[in-house]
Each structure stands twice: as C-alpha cells, then as structure tokens.
Design a protein around this ligand. Structure first.
Ligand code: HEC
Length: 197
C-alpha cells in the first residue's frame, strides 16, 4: 500500500515528523486539512487497487484450474462420472493404478490443515505443480501431469496457488494414501493400460 510519508503529504513544518492521530486533523489549518484528506484518499485508492489486483489474480487462478483440469482428477466423484461440486478439488477416493509404479489418489487441494494443503507454502504448491516434488521430497507419479505444467509462468503459478488457498477448506477423513505395486490398494482405482497391439 502507498505510504503517506512523502514530504508533500505533511503540512508545512511537519515534514519528517510522525503523522498526527486523526483527532488532530480538526485543529489544522484549511491547507493542512486538505493535504491530509488528499493523502488519505490516495492511500484509499492504493488499497482499492491492491484489492482489485488480488481479485484479478484469483480470477486468473480459477480460470487456470479450470483449463488445466485440476478438477478432472482432484474432485470427489469425477472419475466415476458423478462430480460433487461441494467437494471441488477436495480429493478423490478413486485413484489410478500405474503398472510397475503403484496406486495413486488425487489428494485434497483445499486449505484443510489435516488432509489438504493448509500447511503448504505457495512455494511448496508451485514446486509440486511444476516439478512434481512434494515438500517431503517424494516425486509425484506422472499421472499428475506436472511435466506439462512445468512451463507455467511464475505469475500464473502464483495465481493458481492463490486460488487454491482461497478455496473453502474441506476435510477428507479417510483419504486413501498411495501404495506400491503389489501392495493392497485402499480404495478403487482406474487401471492404466500400457499401449498394446
Ligand atoms: C490426470 C489427473 C490429474 C490432474 C489433471 C491433476 N492432478 Fe494433481 N495429482 C494427481 C494425482 C494422482 C496425484 C497424486 C500423485 C502421487 O501421490 O504420486 C496428484 C498430486 C498433486 C499434488 C500433491 C498433493 C499432495 O498432497 O501430495 C498437487 C499439489 C496437485 N496434484 C495439484 C494439481 C493441480 C493444481 C492441478 C491442476 C493445475 C492438478 N493437480 C491436476 C492427479 C492429477
């Protein structure tokens, strides 16, 4: 936000001093009062501009999440043709079996601190999306299309992370965890079949 410390923002003789508390405005000369009011309205405009920029970022993030189809995997019910709009991006209880790799379930991307991304920083989210690396260092299975997302610009990555943070937090009590091939999967999965003749 724009600061009001510029010399012209202070009435003559006040430059370099701290601004007076609002009660003091009534005691000032007409010129001083005009300057203070002008300064406050500039600060107000800057705040409004910042809010508008944040709103534009969220709209961009929402748009990106749509066209990058995050919801096509990370929304409950979507992989069996019954998406639950109330659980948009709150994780899927149907996963993917990648032969030779294991069973992977699209996790909860809402800011729930237990099962979602509530304790992830923006940088953690951006790294997972663009590089396929979780904060604990584990590589994400390539069914999460981070290879394609690796070209996301910094600006778009930040907007996407801001949008995920703005989602209503949703719990996912028995969220299935990934298991290695050969182990018993915790929940249903779609079988990925390698190309064959
Ligand atoms: C084709 C399905 C698919 C799409 C599309 C997809 N993801 Fe994923 N995503 C997954 C799967 C499956 C995992 C879990 C992989 C694993 O555990 O190794 C995952 C993992 C993640 C993780 C790591 C979360 C965690 O708790 O470990 C993040 C963050 C993530 N995806 C964000 C996104 C975002 C944001 C989008 C859209 C821009 C997106 N994903 C699109 C399938 C998908």
């Amino acid at each position: 936000m724009m600061s009001c410390r510029a010399a012209w923002c202070y009435p003559a003789g006040m430059a370099g001093q701290e601004a007076r508390p609002p009660g003091g405005v009534a005691d000032m000369t007409g010129l001083a009062r005009t300057l203070v009011i002008a300064c406050l309205s500039i600060a107000g405009t800057a705040a409004a501009q910042e809010a508008a920029a944040q709103e534009a970022d969220l709209a961009r993030g929402e748009y990106l999440a749509r066209i990058m189809d995050c919801g096509g995997c990370h929304t409950r019910g979507v992989l069996v043709g019954r998406p639950d709009p109330d659980l948009y991006l709150a994780g899927s209880d149907v996963g993917f079996h990648l032969p030779g790799l294991g069973y992977f379930y699209p996790p909860n991307l809402t800011p729930d601190p237990e099962s979602g991304l509530g304790n992830w920083s923006d940088e953690d989210i951006i790294r997972a999306v663009r590089e396929g690396v979780r904060p604990d260092g584990r590589m994400l299975a390539p069914v999460m299309p981070w290879g394609s997302y690796s070209v996301l610009t910094d600006e778009d990555a930040r907007a996407l992370a801001a949008f995920l943070r703005s989602l209503p937090p949703r719990e996912f009590p028995d969220e299935p965890v990934p298991v290695a091939d050969g182990d018993e999967p915790e929940a249903p999965y779609l079988e990925i079949v390698m190309p064959q003749n």
